[in-house]
Design a protein around this ligand. Structure first.
Ligand SMILES: *Cc1c(COP(=O)(O)O)cnc(C)c1O
Length: 235
């Protein structure tokens, strides 16, 4: 299948899931996850109308943004990988969103380093919904406190929660961690009086389950760009 076919098929999957949940398909943003794929692939997707792209590795993303910005200045860049404190400056300068906030220190640095001429950096707190030791994210019980602290930072705008559940098969099993994230978002919004409009959840294999549970942004890579081949340093 071509990139155009892949993009159309993913959009159709989102739209069908939205309709079966009684949701407006336009309330769900498709984030095209372009990590490991070259700038040319992003330009082709942009020419097809795709506006938002997700990247995991700072240096790789910087290189691609530099190539693409002259011709595609309006693309929206989302940082979705783990972020170390020595890389926050580049992310604060060049990205529109960061999805994986799980430490106050990183959020504070991003806020301090956000250039004054840019809109606030839009951020989500990553929640480790399965309690996997290997995964990033705060535990569900810590998410509310972190949300309150992040929401107070001047140059960030806290939009909601994000998760990467362990792979599961079957729609019902896939839905359960997404339902948990939605309930947690609702509880934190109510308890702390925060307007959290974003649930960043669902990938190529489980986006229907995420949309059925209220995802407002799905992060889709391989179903759009194809199988990834990792260079050594990216792991
Ligand atoms: C790579 C990645 C994705 C996309 O995964 P696919 O299975 O290729 O759709 C989504 N979210 C995050 C955080 C990722 O790292």
């Amino acid at each position: 299948m071509s990139l155009a076919d892949n993009l159309a098929a993913v959009r159709a999957r989102i739209d069908n899931a939205a309709r079966s949940a009684g949701r407006n398909p336009q309330s769900i943003t498709l984030l095209a996850v372009s990590k490991t794929f070259p700038a040319e692939d992003i330009a082709r997707a942009a020419a097809l109308g795709q506006a938002a792209f997700g990247e995991n590795y700072v240096q790789e993303a910087m290189d691609k943004i530099a190539i693409l910005r002259p011709e595609w200045p309006a693309l929206q860049w989302h940082f979705i990988g783990p972020l170390q404190s020595n890389k926050t400056r580049e992310v604060a300068a060049h990205f529109d969103w960061v999805h994986g906030i799980d430490r106050l220190k990183i959020a504070q640095r991003l806020s301090e380093q956000r250039p004054a001429d840019r809109a606030p950096l839009q951020v989500c707190i990553q929640v480790n919904v399965d309690g996997e030791a290997s995964k990033s994210g705060v535990g569900p019980e810590e998410a509310g406190g972190l949300a309150q602290a992040v929401a107070a930072l001047p140059n960030l705008r806290l939009r909601g929660l994000m998760c990467i559940p362990a792979p599961r098969s079957g729609l019902a099993a896939q839905r359960s961690p997404f339902a948990l994230l939605r309930q947690l978002r609702d509880a934190i919004a109510a308890e702390h009086g925060l307007a959290l409009d974003t649930l960043s959840m669902g990938m190529s294999a489980d986006l229907e389950a995420a949309v059925l549970e209220g995802a407002t942004l799905v992060r889709v890579g391989s179903a759009i760009f194809g199988q990834r081949v990792y260079a050594d340093q990216n792991g």
